[in-house]
Design a protein. Structure first.
Length: 254
């Protein structure tokens, strides 16, 4: 009986996925509206399509098609001065002068005063839960960056860089000897209750040249990302298992 129990325990251990800790979550960011400023969180809910409340709305230029329909801070840098938050299914927008908006016609009218391009608004993601492709994301549903890559870029750039430039959902503080995020691609990671599949690098564009507070543009930021990272900074991941992620949660390879 004892031998049988030992054999069973060994089999159970062998069947358990081996988890190797590579770091922990040091920051959580949510961006309810594409190209608006977002909110910093202490925890978040991950659904099958991505982070609850993230990239739920966007503005469109209907004269264009495909990805180019999206109107972003590349076209209208002032979009970054509007703070978006998500609470109990509602989107709340605060302008720099203290005025507040919802995701409604008043906000559309406000944004239209800042461009000659005729704008339209997307319907919110939650209004089409059966169509996750309506989420206004660039690649896969979740974007992760690491403190190690950020420090490397700061060394190349010669100054501190705000992680908000890169609009990652999660900043991972890597353990000392952990591998870089490029080696995560094709693998699964566990964070808290959640499991993610790391799919690809994030290819960067002029968006990262805009300071999220001053709106000043510095093209040399993109140049340094090209020199040091071949324009790839951060990784996209899709959801394998839903659940909650909290600040301080360990990030583990499965």
């Amino acid at each position: 009986m004892i031998k049988w129990l030992r054999a069973r325990n060994i089999r159970m251990m062998e069947e358990q996925p081996v988890q190797v800790t590579i770091g922990k979550i040091s920051e959580i960011n949510r961006y309810p509206i594409k190209s608006f400023a977002g909110e910093r969180l202490t925890s978040c809910q991950i659904e099958a399509y991505g982070m609850l409340g993230d990239r739920f709305g966007a503005f469109y230029d209907e004269s264009k098609s495909g990805w180019w329909r999206y109107v972003t801070a590349r076209n209208m840098p002032n979009m970054l001065t509007y703070q978006a938050s998500y609470l109990n299914g509602d989107i709340h927008i605060s302008a720099a002068d203290g005025r507040t908006f919802g995701w409604d016609d008043a906000l559309l009218k406000e944004m239209q005063t800042q461009t000659k391009t005729p704008l339209t608004m997307s319907r919110l993601k939650e209004q089409h839960p059966e169509h996750p492709h309506l989420l206004s994301v660039d690649g896969a549903s979740i974007l992760l960056i690491t403190d190690a890559s950020l420090r490397k870029l700061e060394s190349l750039y010669g100054k501190d860089l705000d992680q908000r430039r890169f609009r990652g959902n999660f900043v991972v503080a890597l353990d000392e000897h952990a591998c870089s995020e490029g080696e995560w691609i094709g693998r699964q990671i566990a964070i808290g209750e959640v499991q993610l599949q790391v799919d690809s690098f994030c290819d960067r564009c002029m968006m990262i040249t805009i300071d999220p507070d001053t709106l000043d543009k510095d093209p040399s930021v993109l140049k340094k990302v090209n020199e040091g990272f071949d324009l790839q900074f951060g990784v996209y991941a899709s959801v394998v298992q839903t659940g909650q992620i909290r600040l301080g949660d360990s990030v583990k390879f499965l």
